[in-house]
Design a protein around this ligand. Structure first.
Ligand SMILES: Cc1cc2nc3c(=O)[nH]c(=O)nc-3n(C[C@H](O)[C@H](O)[C@H](O)COP(=O)(O)O)c2cc1C
Length: 213
């Protein structure tokens, strides 16, 4: 079982990354192999919208993108993994541009004919649900917990939009509000929740596969 995290904060020593790492520790405690993609460390160019990746070569699992950067290597690991943790701070009430840029490049998992434009995308062969993968999300924000609907929901939806056609279900969402003024004691409680989220992700995937295989 392999769990990958995609961490969208530019601050590697920030709260978002600490929670993400703790969630991965939780996944490891349940027996998973783990890896944290701290996206700021990777070369991820903007999608240029050429459409080549989803219009051409449908037999490939990952469509061919003309951009030369780290994304193809990341996606190759993505398709091999069993579960995902997507995390981002709230920036202007949405996910960071960093993780959004990565999500847009994941469009290379889709295959469309021109007739299919305007409909929900279809996943390429090798991407969809028969892998029985699942994902959980972590959002940090300065606005307090009661504002999760405003600050957290748009980010969850951005993540879920991409997981929809991959048929990857969401297991859990952790919103950590008020991060900038939080005491160490309060943050420790959130770290424990992140640990539990990672552990629960692995256990849920394992249980789901046992019941459905
Ligand atoms: C450019 C920018 C925009 C932000 N916008 C919001 C926002 O809309 N809502 C909010 O609650 N916090 C906002 N914040 C605060 C961040 O969400 C907070 O600092 C972050 O979650 C802490 O995570 P980190 O330690 O990983 O940086 C913003 C911070 C920055 C730098």
């Amino acid at each position: 079982m392999k769990i990958l995290a995609f961490m969208g904060s530019p601050r590697l020593r920030g709260k978002c990354n600490r929670l993400t790492q703790k969630a991965l520790d939780g996944a490891a405690s349940a027996g998973a192999e783990i890896k944290n993609f701290e996206l700021i460390k990777h070369k991820i160019k903007y999608c240029m919208g050429c459409g080549k990746c989803f219009l051409k070569e449908p037999d490939l699992t990952i469509g061919t993108c003309p951009l030369k950067d780290d994304v193809r290597a990341i996606l190759e690991e993505y398709v091999q993994a069993d579960g995902y943790i997507f995390s981002s701070p709230s920036y202007d009430m949405f996910c960071t541009a960093l993780i959004k840029t990565f999500l847009e490049r994941k469009i290379s998992f889709t295959y469309k004919t021109p007739e299919e434009f305007g409909k929900i995308p279809a996943a390429r062969p090798g991407i969809a649900s028969n892998f029985m993968k699942k994902a959980s999300f972590i959002v940090t924000a300065n606005c307090e917990d009661y504002l999760e609907e405003v600050m957290g929901e748009p980010i969850y939806e951005a993540f879920e939009a991409h997981l929809l056609f991959e048929e990857v279900d969401t297991v859990e969402k952790l919103y950590c509000g008020g991060v900038e003024n939080m005491t160490d004691e309060e943050f420790d409680v959130r770290l424990q929740k992140a640990f539990d989220l990672g552990k629960n992700l692995v256990e849920t995937i394992r249980q789901y596969r046992a019941e459905n295989s």
